[in-house]
Every structure is written in C-alpha cells, then in structure tokens.
Ligand binder design. Structure first.
Ligand code: GCV
Length: 864
C-alpha cells in the first residue's frame, strides 16, 4: 500500500474548547443554557478535535442510567469545564435527548463547597486529585454527586463518569472513589520552534510554527481535553534539544497563551530548558550552575515566567547528553545544575525533571567493558540524596533508548532518597513510527510491575515512581507524546497508546487488556465482536513487532544512525552510540555479566542480578541483551538461538498478515471511515514485516552459515528478482545495507536515459492458474513514481497501475521505503510475459526489488 494521507475528520461534537469561548458564553454554558444551541449550530473552530480520539460519545443503544441535569455548586473555571463536559457528553450519549429540568440531577462540588452547602453532611476527606461519585435515590429524586478534593478532581470525576457511560456501564448505583497513583502525570512534546517535531510521525506541531506560538490554538484546547479525560496534569511543550529559544520574552508571551488554553482542563505547562541559556540568550559568559551570576539569571528568568504563567509547572532538562551542553563543562554534577534551577522554582512550587538520559555517544566500541547501558546508574546513583526536594529524576524505562525490549533500568532501584519519574515513548520512534500497529501498554506494564527488590524488599517500579516505596512526595510517569496536526498520532489505533499512558499513570494496576477494552469501547464500538477483535489485535501487536524486528533482547535491529525505522543490523556496530549487539560469525549478544562482561548486571539488586548474571537463568526474551552466546545456544525450550531468530521472524510476519484479516472481519461492524483509514495501514505493515523478516533472516543466515531447519530463510521459490529480469532502461544497483533487498540488489530507472519509463520483464514458466502478484518496490521521498503491471501487454485489472505516493523515510532505496503492491487474482499460464513498467518522478527512480507469484486470495486478505 501507499501510506494513506490523513483522513478527513469526523465533524461530530465539534464544540470549541472551553478556553476559546468568550467568558459570557462560557458562563451560560456552565449553566447549561446555550449548550444545545452550540452543539446544533456547530460552532466549529478547529478541524482537529478530541472526538477524533476517544472522546466520541457515540449515542448509546440503551437509555442513559443517570440524570441529565448537571448542577455545579461552584463557579471556578475547572468546575465550569466539568459541567460543560458532562452536558456535552450526556447530550451526545443520549442521542440528543433535551436536557432535563426536574429535580433529578448530577451535582458537582468540592468537599469544601458541599460542606458550606450543608455543614451537617458527613463528607469524606479527599486528596487534591481524588474524587468520589455516588448515587442517591429518594422517593422523588435521583441524584449523583461528584465530589472532588479540588475542582480539578471534579473534572476527573466527570470524565470518569462519562468514560463508564460510554462503555455502556450502568451507573445508576455508582459508588466510585479514585485518586491518581502518581503526582506527576505529564506528556512531553519534542516540538521545535519552527513547527517540526523530533521523532513525531503525525505532521507538524499544534503549538509552534515558524519560530512562534501558533495563532490558532484551538487544537491545543482539544488536546488539553483529551489529556484531562485520562488524568494527565502536565504538558512539557518543547524539545529537550535546542531549547534556549523558548525562554525569550516574545516566546514566553506565546507560551502564556498556550497555558491559558490548557488551564480550563487543569493541564499545566512546563518547558524544556537548555542549561546553557544564561550564556546563549542571557548575555553571560558562563553557564556554570554554581556561578552567582548564573543563579541570579535563572531566578530572574523564572520570576518572569511566573509573572506570565502563575501555575507554570516547571522545567525538564537534558544536559551533557547527545551534544547538549551541561554542568560537566564546568566540572559540576547534574545535582548542581538541577538544584540551581530547583532553588529558583521552589518559591513558586515548580519542579525540575532532570533526565537521567546522560551518556557518552563517543564510546569505544572496541572496548569490551564499555557499555552505554551502565551510564545512567553510574552517573546518578552516587548523587542519590543530593537533589533538592523539588527535583525529580526522569529515567527512561530501559537503560538504552526505547528499544522494542529492554530490561528495566536499574536506576529505579538505585535512587532511594530521590524522587523519580519513568519516561516512556508514546510516539513510536523505534517501534514502527505509527505505520506499524504496536500497542505499548503490555510493554509498559512489564516495567511497572517489575520488582526491583531494592534492599531485598518488594519494590515494584510502579511503587517506586509513585513515591510509595521510598516515601517520596513526588514522582510519576512522563510520556513522550509526539502528537501533531495529523489526527493526533496519524494512525487511529496508535491513539490507544496515548490513552493507555494516561490510564496507567492514574492507575498502574490496570491491566493492558482492560485498558484496550475500554479504549475500544469508547473509540470504536461496544459491539462485542469488535471489542474482542480489536483488543486481541492490540494485545498481539507488540509481541508480533518484537518477533519480526528484534527478539531475544537484541533490541530493535534498525538503522540507529538514520531513521530508526527499517532494518539495518550493522548500523548498531562500529560506532560510539553504544547500541551494540556484537553479532559475529560465531555468536550474538552483549556480555553484560559481572563475571566476564561489562558489569552492568551488578547495578541491579542482588536478587535481580542473580537472575541476569547467568545465561541459563536469564529469561529468553532478554538473553542477548545480557549475554553473548553461540548461535547454537539452546533456549529454555531447547530450540537454538539461530532457529528461534528464523522462526520468530516468520511468526511475526504471519501475525502482521493476520491483523489484516482480523480487521477485515470487522467491516460491517465499525465506522466505514475508520475501517478504510486503518486497512491500508495494516496491509502496508504486513508487507513491511516481510521486509524486516527477510532482512534479518538473510543477514543471520549469511553471518552464522547455519541454515533454517525449515528451509525458508534465503529461499524464495515464488520470487522473480528484478535484477534477473529482461531490463529496458532499468540498471542493476547494489542496495545498502545488502539485506534490505532480496538478493542484495534492485534496479533503478536511469533518469538520464531518453525513455520516460523503464521496464522489467519475466517469462512465466510455472503451472497455469490464478495468482496474486506482489510487486516489491522502493517508494522514495521527493517524487511520485508510477508503476504498471501487464500480462502480455495488458493490465490484468484496474489495480495493476499505481503511484508510489507514500510518506516513507529517506531518499535512497532501502528497507525504510521498500513496500509492496499486490495485484489480485491474475490468470497466468506458462509463456506469459509479466512486465512491470516504472516511470520515475523527480527524486523517485521507480526502483524495483522483485515480484512474487502467490496463491490468489481475496483483495483484502493479509496473506498475500
Ligand atoms: C530528543 C533518542 C532520540 C532523540 C532524542 C533522545 C532523547 O536518542 O533518538 O531524538 O532526543 O533520545 O531522549 O533525548
């Protein structure tokens, strides 16, 4: 397939964010007076709405089980928002039933407001973000109370009620009391001032453009709704790289507008800061964090920020990492830098999230003791206890960098006197960049539930970051979100990751299945078959991706010095980045044991270290992260490592094909727009999983010299290679890396030649029948090549001509942009001439890899 452009968006429920309403309308809305009118006349400001995600509120098939009249006791902004959200949601869920007047109602209020209303009432004492929803039924009146520990908690309660109703749950007897497990529940955006987004795969920034804050902040308000609906309370707006420009006075005024837009949803903004700002934008000749002039610069700057944004949440810092300046330039520690910022933020209740992602990216790959995985613990563990109380150390979930599987970072167990947050990626940098379906909640859950056994006691990561294990007030989860203007995360199913992030930060004890189930019900349908199928697809997606990209703890075998997308196995080696897997002719994996390796294992508590120190006790799925073993090493089920590498890649690709079939089974059950948006994405994934499968199995076949016991790797009996075809205009090229193309070679249409197009021809000489013909080609950036497949000069069907108009990384043919187009159900007999004609366009040379003759299937089957 060609990656589809973003869908036209549904117009359902387009109501402007509360922050963009004029105060007069806002107050009428909060009283419920003009809500129907607003819904009916559309009032559309933003084309990008929260209803593209899970806030759809599809009308329910049954009558609502709660009163429709919403009565807030207070007038605060957040309480008004809660009332508006409830009215909007109830109206939509009920299918437009007019709002009631009578005595039945949903009453909203903080504990204080309720106490004021009725001093005799017995009320619970609730924490800041805690809510209680309870139903009361008298002879004449039905009432549901949403009581909050604060007005923000009322908003969380309102969303919780709506979430349950949208799933079809009976709330007539509700008694629900919840509070978030963690105090820090933030998303980090890596948006740049020019509007691009580092590692973002959904278009441009909703916040910035051309060096400024965007005029149109309506999508920001919608984003804040989405965030609040899952309990997220902070949004760090800008990239941790190159952050200095965000502290200029002009930029801060714009940031204040963003803060104002998010404020009605209780989402506070924060900024990534460049530790060299005092020098870069402040005119000082140093940024030494202990220099009095530097300290005073930060104090003045922070005061300026709070004068514009009184509820500013704080700073995120990336320093001494990947080229970013840091305290090391002055012989200072991360604690020195963090504490300087923390001291200036403390009077305003601001916090510093200091990232533990600090490592040397010029490490010596020839040194068997060098190990990037060690860096965070080596640097930060000795500083435990030296950080100010409003500093939180933000640590990536694994010790490397968001790979498809890593062990849990040992640092979580190594900071017992410091507040901690876990950073994870919602944007799928190393996990398929939203072109592949990968539901990440099961991966995050494994980390959250992992028991670090710090001090020999039960200390699961979720307890550590929620502050419980080591008795810290602060702590939590930070998700790098990567949302953009294209339907938030571009792929509709990728939004399950944003949803799951918020739900887990609120309650890390939820299971991934529960979250998938509730997301599907709200987003797609309450139809049992749809819920079952989508939940199953989501749950299978991470294991499938791991199987075809990097099993056994090999990490994602992707192009680590380039796009981080397609396979490029050797790109991890022979450079200083330290994502080494040490594959050679005899074996594979990195020895991180204490006895013979880098000693990384020794950073875990003794009980955990004992598990990982020996290859025989290390779980198979992390074996090659911790140990270098021969290809013939037997896993726990006695299968050899090399055979597992072959099998898992074939299984993973088969699973990706299965997703297409599972999705097509839902055709009659789900919204056609969603169905049609997702189908080509899954078809593309099925094809790209084959590219991954073949690259890695061919590579390890060659390197190990050990054949696949099932004879699949390196043998493609149904394939006709482009380089073996009769070529007109096309020239044979070597693809780099070689494993990215079948047989290492492909053909390019020579753009200097006189003919406008090139062709490759094969004579079919197997048995007659009907077949699918898969054409594997390279869809490069910078042009839209065209292709036509003919049999004896005639296109066999309308789908035999297509454009290479996808949006894939890079401008040279390799696995990042290798994709397939399938022409279905083609009649072939011996002697037929199968021809592919490619017409290049600008930078796209219509490069071809091979064609494959496969059994005919229906058009939308994944198994082709
Ligand atoms: C923001 C990885 C990513 C970088 C990112 C960095 C980080 O290296 O590839 O894009 O930079 O992590 O987390 O700081």
């Amino acid at each position: 397939m060609r990656n589809s452009p973003p869908n036209p968006h549904s117009t359902q429920n387009r109501v402007p964010p509360v922050s963009l309403l004029r105060p007069g309308i806002r107050s009428l809305l909060s009283k419920g007076l003009v809500f129907v009118a607003v819904l009916q006349c559309g009032f559309t400001i933003s084309a990008q709405t929260a209803s593209q995600a899970w806030l759809k509120y599809h009308p329910l098939s049954k009558p609502l089980t709660v009163p429709m009249r919403v009565s807030p006791l207070g007038q605060s902004l957040l309480e008004q928002t809660a009332a508006i959200e409830l009215r909007r949601g109830l109206l939509s869920l009920s299918g437009g039933t007019p709002l009631e007047s009578g005595p039945n109602m949903i009453e909203l209020g903080t504990v204080q407001e309720l106490r004021k209303q009725d001093p005799k009432q017995a009320l619970p004492s609730l924490e800041q973000d805690e809510f209680l929803i309870s139903a009361h039924r008298g002879d004449l009146i039905r009432e549901i109370d949403i009581i909050g520990g604060s007005d923000r908690a009322i908003l969380y309660g309102a969303f919780a009620l709506l979430r349950n109703l949208a799933q079809g749950n009976d709330m007539s007897k509700v008694n629900l009391r919840e509070r978030p497990a963690m105090s820090i529940r933030w998303v980090d955006e890596w948006d740049n001032a020019d509007g691009s987004i580092e590692r973002g795969y959904a278009g441009r920034s909703i916040f910035f453009d051309d060096g400024h804050v965007r005029e149109d902040l309506a999508p920001v308000g919608e984003y804040a709704r989405l965030l609040a609906s899952i309990g997220i309370d902070g949004c760090n707006l800008n990239n941790v790289n190159n952050a200095a420009v965000f502290l200029t006075p002009q930029m801060l005024e714009g940031i204040a507008r963003i803060a104002e837009t998010m404020r009605p949803y209780g989402v506070r903004v924060s900024l990534s800061v460049d530790i060299a700002s005092p020098q870069k934008i402040g005119g000082l000749n140093t940024f030494d964090p202990l220099d009095p002039a530097v300290k005073s610069w930060w104090t003045t700057k922070i005061n300026e920020i709070y004068s514009l944004i009184p509820d500013f949440a704080g700073f995120t810092v990336k320093a001494d990492s990947e080229g970013q300046p840091g305290p090391a330039s002055f012989g200072r520690t991360p604690a020195d830098a963090a504490n300087t910022l923390a001291a200036a933020l403390a009077p305003h209740n601001g916090v510093v999230l200091y990232r533990a992602f600090v490592y040397n990216h010029h490490a010596d790959w020839r040194d068997p003791k060098a190990d990037r995985a060690r860096a965070a613990y080596d640097i930060f563990h000795p500083l435990d206890g030296k950080f100010a109380s409003n500093v939180i150390i933000q640590t990536k979930e694994g010790p490397i960098d968001f790979q498809v599987r890593e062990p849990v970072s040992p640092l979580f167990g190594g900071l017992t006197q410091t507040s901690q947050a876990m950073e994870l990626q919602i944007t799928q940098e190393y996990t398929g960049q939203q072109r592949h379906l990968v539901y990440l909640a099961p991966m995050w859950k494994q980390v959250l539930d992992f028991d670090m056994r710090a001090g020999g006691a039960s200390t699961p990561v979720k307890q550590i970051i929620s502050g419980k294990s080591f008795n810290r007030k602060l702590g939590g989860m930070v998700g790098v979100s990567g949302i953009g203007q294209q339907a938030w995360l571009s792929s509709p199913l990728a939004l399950a990751n944003l949803y799951a992030f918020g739900r887990l930060a609120w309650n890390p004890d939820l299971t991934s299945e529960q979250i998938a189930d509730e997301w599907t019900r709200q987003t797609i349908s309450n139809d049992p078959a749809a819920v079952r199928t989508v939940t199953k697809m989501l749950m299978q997606s991470w294991p499938a991706y791991e199987n075809y990209t990097g099993p056994l703890g090999l990490q994602t075998l992707t192009d680590i010095t380039g796009s981080h997308y397609g396979p490029n196995i050797e790109s991890s080696e022979n450079n200083g980045w330290g994502q080494w897997h040490r594959a050679d002719h005899d074996g594979v994996g990195m020895d991180r044991s204490v006895a013979t390796g880098t000693g990384f294992v020794g950073q875990y508590s003794p009980e955990v270290a004992k598990l990982y120190e020996s290859a025989t006790t290390t779980p198979d799925d992390l074996l090659l992260f911790f140990h270098h073993v021969p290809y013939t090493w037997k896993l726990h089920d006695r299968k050899t490592v090399i055979q597992y590498l072959y099998d898992s890649h074939y299984d993973g690709a088969a699973q990706a094909a299965q997703f297409v079939d599972e999705w097509t089974s839902l055709k009659a059950r789900i919204d056609p727009e969603l169905y049609n948006d997702m189908l080509p994405r899954l078809q593309y994934q099925a094809g790209h999983a084959i590219v991954w499968r073949d690259a890695i199995t061919q590579y390890f076949l060659k390197l190990s010299g050990i054949p696949d016991a099932q004879g699949r790797a390196g043998h493609y009996p149904n394939r006709l290679e482009a380089e073996d075809a009769h070529l007109t205009g096309y020239k044979v090229i070597d693809v780099n890396p070689w494993e990215d193309a079948s047989g290492g070679r492909a053909v390019n249409c020579d753009q200097n030649a006189k003919q406008p197009s090139c062709s490759a021809e094969w004579t079919y000489n197997a048995k007659a029948g009907r077949f699918n013909i898969a054409v594997q080609y390279f869809d490069l950036q910078g042009g839209t090549a065209r292709f036509v497949l003919t049999i004896n000069g005639q296109p066999p069907s309308p789908d035999a001509s297509w454009s290479a108009d996808g949006m894939f990384p890079t401008t040279r043919p390799h696995a990042d942009n290798s994709t397939r187009h399938i022409v279905h159900n083609v009649a072939l007999k011996p002697g037929d001439i199968v021809r592919v004609e490619g017409t290049p366009d600008r930078q796209d040379p219509a490069a071809l890899d091979y064609i494959e003759i496969l059994p005919a299937t229906s058009e939308n089957s994944g198994h082709s």
